[in-house]
Write a protein that binds this ligand. Structure first.
Ligand code: ADP
Ligand code: 5GP
Length: 186
């Protein structure tokens, strides 16, 4: 994982993207995870500047107008976007950058960074996805329903991605993710 590559990780909410990314970063500290800006309120325990840059709608719209975002999308009545400057700086240093983003953003990246490696994470089943989303206990019942609906739309687009990884057994999913990323460098 020596040369700079943009790696996009997408999948329905609750599938385990955050869990997989945390593991990947622990094993490969040279990877850089882009910190997104969002208008969503912080969940308990989330830290500004670590999990997200939590900004107002007005601040977000200004970032869009100034061209400061590499991509952005609306998700569950909030905005989410990738700050451009840091990603470009890290890639210019020859390091790899991970983006954990939803489908609209992943499609935009395909246009602007056609060489990016785009990976889609699938659950073993829709029932298990729902179980994980409810078990996480961080979203309201209404938000969970919306996330499940959006997740189904996203999963229908999994074939657009370079690779699909089923996150059933966590260790196996991490191993697959590592193997695919390693292979992309050769
Ligand atoms: P996402 O970032 O895709 O929304 P999270 O990483 O927050 O998903 O994971 C959602 C829930 O599923 C968490 O409670 C997490 O611990 C759990 N989880 C993640 N991967 C697995 C797995 N392979 N098997 C069982 N539970 C998992
Ligand atoms: P959550 O509210 O669960 O943190 O994130 C909701 C969705 O927004 C997830 O699918 C997550 O991958 C996506 N997301 C997070 N940051 C960004 C971003 O910068 N851009 C886009 N397009 N999606 C993002």
């Amino acid at each position: 994982m020596e040369t700079g590559k943009l790696i996009v990780i997408t999948g329905p909410s609750g599938v385990g993207k955050g869990t997989l990314v945390r593991e990947l970063l622990a094993r490969h500290p040279q990877l850089y995870l882009s910190i997104s800006a969002t208008t969503r309120s912080p969940r308990p325990g989330e830290i500004h500047g670590k999990d997200y840059y939590f900004v107002s709608r007005q601040e977000f719209e200004q970032m869009v107008q100034r061209g400061e975002l590499l991509e952005w999308a609306e998700y569950g009545s909030n905005y989410y976007g990738t700050p451009r400057a840091k990603v470009e700086e890290i890639l210019d240093m020859g390091k790899s950058v991970l983006l954990e983003i939803e489908l609209v953003g992943a499609r935009a990246i395909k246009e602007t960074f056609p060489e990016a490696l785009r990976l889609f994470i699938l659950p073993p089943s829709t029932a298990e996805l729902e179980r994980r989303l409810r078990g996480r206990g961080k979203d309201s019942t209404e938000a969970i329903e919306r996330r499940l609906d959006r997740g189904k739309v996203e999963m229908a687009a999994a074939g657009e991605f370079d690779c699909q990884i089923v996150n059933d057994d966590l260790d196996e999913a991490i191993a697959s993710l590592e193997a695919i990323i390693e292979e992309s460098y050769s």
